[in-house]
Design a protein around this ligand. Sequence first.
Ligand SMILES: [Zn+2]
Length: 76
Amino acid sequence: MPIYEYFCPACKTKFEQLRPLCEVNEDAACPACKTPSSRTLSKFACYTKDSGGSSSSVGGSSCSGCSATNCGSCGL
Ligand SMILES: [Zn+2]
């Protein structure tokens, strides 16, 4: 199951949740205050960076672990 990052507008907290694909576009309740929080569009897939070799050969700043072109969290 993919992990997604959410940001709570009430307490300014970022949190991550594992969610099935069918619920990706639904709000997630903040673990601290239960406020419905929207998903943030950042580097959520980079936890896969350690799997499977290194020949992704993108040759640029593209992250091999996610579709972002500039992934700041995994350093790829
Ligand atoms: Zn909150």
